[in-house]
Design a protein around this ligand. Structure first.
Ligand code: ADP
Length: 639
C-alpha cells in the first residue's frame, strides 16, 4: 500500500489553506477532535450508501456489512480510518477535499478578525470536518472508490496541508474510503490502542454502524518483519444501534451530548434536548437539541438548517427544513419516520400532509422544552435568550397559533432595573402590576438608557409604573403583531394618547387638558407655525414631568428611532410627522409664552424640537441650525 500512484498536483481553494492554518493553531488543545470528525464522516458515508442502495441494491451487495475500522501502527506512527461506505469519485475527492463546499463558511472565514481566529469555539461552529486531520498529521493519504464505479476508478489523494494536494488514479477493489494519518512528532501518542479506544468509545457509542478497532499491536522485534504485516484482530467498540432508537432510560447524558456533536459538528455541549417516540396514527421518533452557541450564520436565512431525516432508520437527507418553522432554525436533531416512503424527496416533503402535523407537534415540543428550561434553569435560559431570543421573536409573525406560548418565553429589560442585564418575563411583569393597572407598557429605543431616560418615561416614573424597555431591532416590528398577552393589551408609551388612570379620572384630566389648550391656544399655534415642517400639531401633555416637550407618533405608526434606522438602511417609508406635546409647568414653556420677538421665538421653538428629538435618540435633519439657534440664545443669555 505504501507505493503511491502517479499523481498531479492541485492547489487548495484559498479559504482551505486559511482554515487549515487556523485549525492547526486553535485546536491545539483539542487535538482528539480529528477522530470524532473522521468517524463521523465514515458513519455518514455508510448512511449515504444505505440510501443509494435503495435504488441500486448492487451497491450494497458487493460488501454488505457496513462498518468502520480503525488501525494504528506504532512503528510507522500512523492511524488509519477505513469505511466501506459510499466512497468518492475523483471529481468528488477534488471538490470535497480541496474546497469548502458551503459558501457561507468561506465568506465567514474571509471576514474573521485576528482575534476571532484564535477562538477555537468559533472554529467549531462551522464544523472542522476532514481538515482537522492536519491537527495531528503531517501528511494525510486517502484511498477511495465510489460505490457503483469500477475497480480501476479508485482515487488516491495526499497532502501535507500546505497549500496543495496530490491526486491520482488507483486500482482499488474495496468500496469506500481509507484515510491514513502520518502523525506529527508531537502526536505520536495517538498510535496507541488504549488511547484510541478511549476516544473512539466516547464518539462512536451512538453511531448506527459498528466501529471496530485493531487489538493491541504485537511488538515487532528485530527479525520479525512479518509481524508488522500480520492481519490485525478486531474488537467491536460500540453497540451500533442508532441512539434515538434506544429507550430514553438507557441513554446517558454523555451519550446524548456526544450524539449532538456528531450531528451538529459543534464543539460545545447542547443546552438541553428532548427525545420522544410517537406512536399511533403517525409513528416517528424525534430527538431535538437546543445548542448553547449560535452558528455564525444564524441570521442568514439561506444558511443550512433543519433536521436529519431518517425513514425506518435509513438516512434520507440532511437539513430537512420542513419539520420546523424558520424561527426555530437553530434547533438541531433527528427525525425518524415510519410512515414516509423511503424514496421521499424534498418536493414530496413539501406536499405531504402528515408533515404539517409532525411540524406542529415538534414546534410545540421545542417550545415546551424551552419553557421547562426557563423554569428549571433560569440562568441557562437567560443564556439561551441572549443567544437566540431575537430569532424566537420572529415566531410572533410566523406562527400566530403559538403567539401566547412564544410570548411567555420572551424576556425584556424594564425601567425598574439599573441596566439591561436583568430581564423579566411577561408573567413576572403582570405579577408585579398594581391591581388597577390594565395594560402592559413598553417603549422601543435604540439603547436601554435611551429608553429608560426618555421623556415619555417621566410620568411612569412618577406613578411608579414599570415599563418594558425593548432595544432589539426586531422589537418594533414584532410588537406590531403582538397585541395582547393573557388578556392584557400592550401599549407603547411614546405613541398615541396615553390613558393611565381609571375612567373617572381620565374624564377629569381630559377636561383639564382641554381647558389648558384653550387658555394657551395662541402659544400652541405659534409653535405649530414655527415648526410646521417637522410636526403635525401641538398639544398639552399629560406625559411629562421634567422635560419641556416630547414627540409622539400616532398609534400604529412606526417609532421615530426605528424609522430613522430603517431609512438609513435604504427603506422607503410613507412620510409621517410626529406631534409635539408640551409640559405647561415647565419654565421654558412659560417663558416662550411671553416672548414677543418672533426671531427669538423661532429660535426657542427650534431648540425645543431639537432637544425632544435628541431625547428620542433621533438625529436632527439640520444639526447646524439647531446648534446655531442654541448658541444665539446662549449668547443673549450671557450678554
Ligand atoms: P462535512 O462532513 O462537514 O461536509 P468534511 O470536510 O468533513 O465536511 O468532508 C467534506 C466532504 O467529503 C463530506 O461532505 C463528504 O462528501 C466527503 N467525505 C469525507 N469523508 C468521507 C468518507 N469517509 N467517505 C465518503 N465521503 C467522505
Amino acid at each position: 500500500m505504501s507505493d503511491a500512484p502517479a499523481t498531479e498536483t492541485r492547489g487548495f481553494q484559498t479559504e482551505v489553506s486559511k482554515l487549515l492554518h487556523l485549525m492547526i493553531h486553535s485546536l491545539y488543545s483539542n487535538k482528539e477532535i480529528f477522530l470524532r470528525e473522521l468517524v463521523s464522516n465514515a458513519a455518514d458515508a455508510a448512511d449515504k450508501l444505505r440510501f443509494e442502495s435503495l435504488s441500486h441494491p448492487e451497491y450494497l451487495a458487493e460488501s454488505p456489512d457496513l462498518a468502520i475500522w480503525i488501525e494504528f501502527n506504532k512503528d510507522t506512527h500512523t492511524v488509519t480510518i477505513r469505511d466501506n461506505g459510499i466512497g468518492m469519485s475523483k471529481e468528488e475527492v477534488v471538490t470535497n477535499l480541496g474546497t469548502i463546499a458551503h459558501s457561507g463558511t468561506a465568506e465567514f472565514l474571509r471576514q474573521m478578525s485576528e482575534e476571532q481566529q484564535k477562538d477555537a469555539g468559533l472554529i467549531g461552529q462551522f464544523g472542522v470536518g476532514f481538515y482537522s486531520s492536519f491537527v495531528v498529521a503531517r501528511k494525510v493519504e486517502v484511498r477511495t472508490r465510489r460505490a457503483g464505479l469500477g475497480h480501476d476508478q479508485g482515487v488516491y489523494w495526499c497532502s501535507t496541508g500546505e497549500g496543495h494536494f496530490e491526486v491520482g488514479d488507483l486500482n482499488r477493489s474495496e468500496r469506500g474510503t481509507e484515510i491514513i494519518l502520518h502523525l506529527r512528532d508531537d502526536s505520536h501518542e495517538y498510535a496507541d490502542a488504549w488511547k484510541l479506544r478511549n476516544i473512539i468509545h466516547k464518539y462512536a457509542e451512538h453511531i448506527g454502524v459498528p466501529v471496530y478497532m485493531q487489538k493491541e499491536q504485537g511488538a515487532a522485534k528485530e527479525g520479525e518483519e512479518d509481524k508488522k504485516t500480520e492481519a490485525p484482530e478486531w474488537e467491536a467498540i460500540n453497540q451500533a444501534s442508532a441512539l434515538w432508537t434506544r429507550p430514553r432510560s438507557e441513554v446517558s447524558d454523555d451519550e446524548y451530548k456526544a450524539f449532538y456533536k456528531h450531528i451538529s459538528h459543534d464543539f460545545s455541549d447542547p443546552l438541553t434536548w428532548s427525545h420522544n417516540k410517537v406512536e399511533g396514527k403517525l409513528e416517528y421518533t424525534s430527538l431535538l437539541y437546543v445548542p448553547t452557541r449560535a452558528p455564525f450564520d444564524l441570521y442568514n436565512r439561506e444558511a443550512p438548517k433543519g433536521l436529519k431525516l431518517y425513514v425506518q432508520r435509513v438516512f434520507i437527507m440532511d437539513q430537512a427544513e420542513q419539520f420546523l418553522p424558520l424561527y426555530l432554525r437553530f434547533i438541531k436533531g433527528v427525525i425518524d419516520s415510519n410512515d414516509l416512503p423511503l424514496n421521499v424527496s424534498r418536493e414530496l416533503l413539501q406536499s405531504n400532509p402528515s408533515i404539517e402535523t409532525i411540524r406542529s407537534t415538534l414546534t410545540k415540543r421545542v417550545l415546551d422544552m424551552l419553557a421547562k428550561l426557563a423554569e428549571s434553569q433560569p440562568e441557562q435560559y437567560q443564556n439561551f435568550w441572549n443567544t437566540f431570543g431575537t430569532v424566537l421573536k420572529e415566531g410572533v409573525v410566523e406562527d400566530h397559533n403559538n403567539q401566547e406560548k412564544l410570548a411567555s418565553l420572551f424576556r425584556f429589560a424594564t425601567s425598574k432595573q439599573a441596566d439591561d442585564t436583568q430581564i423579566t418575563s411577561l408573567d413576572a411583569y403582570i405579577e408585579a402590576m398594581p391591581a388597577d393597572q390594565k395594560a402592559i407598557y413598553y417603549v422601543t429605543a435604540e439603547s436601554f438608557n435611551a429608553g429608560k431616560q426618555s421623556p415619555h418615561m417621566e410620568i411612569f416614573r412618577k406613578k411608579d409604573i414599570q415599563v418594558l424597555v425593548m432595544t432589539d431591532r426586531i422589537d418594533e416590528w414584532m410588537m406590531s403583531w403582538l397585541h395582547e398577552y393573557k388578556g392584557k393589551s400592550f401599549v407603547h408609551i411614546a405613541k398615541g394618547d396615553l390613558q393611565l388612570d381609571d375612567a373617572g379620572q381620565q374624564e377629569e384630566q381630559k377636561k383639564q387638558i382641554e381647558a389648558q389648550e384653550k387658555e394657551h391656544r395662541s402659544l400652541l399655534d405659534r409653535i405649530k407655525t414655527a415648526l410646521a415642517d417637522q410636526i403635525t400639531e401641538v398639544k398639552v401633555s399629560s406625559r411629562l414631568v421634567d422635560s419641556p416637550a416630547c414627540l409622539v407618533v400616532p398609534e400604529g405608526d412606526i417609532g421615530l428611532a426605528t424609522r430613522q434606522m430603517l431609512e438609513a438602511a435604504g427603506q422607503k417609508l410613507p412620510p409621517s410627522k410626529p406631534r409635539m406635546e408640551l409640559n405647561m409647568e415647565h419654565a421654558l414653556i412659560q417663558r416662550m409664552e411671553e416672548e414677543a420677538d418672533e426671531d427669538r421665538f423661532k429660535a426657542l421653538a427650534t431648540v425645543l424640537y431639537g432637544q425632544a428629538a435628541l431625547a428620542e435618540g433621533v438625529q436632527l435633519k439640520d444639526p447646524s441650525e439647531f446648534v446655531g439657534q442654541l448658541n444665539r440664545l446662549l449668547a443673549q443669555l450671557l450678554a
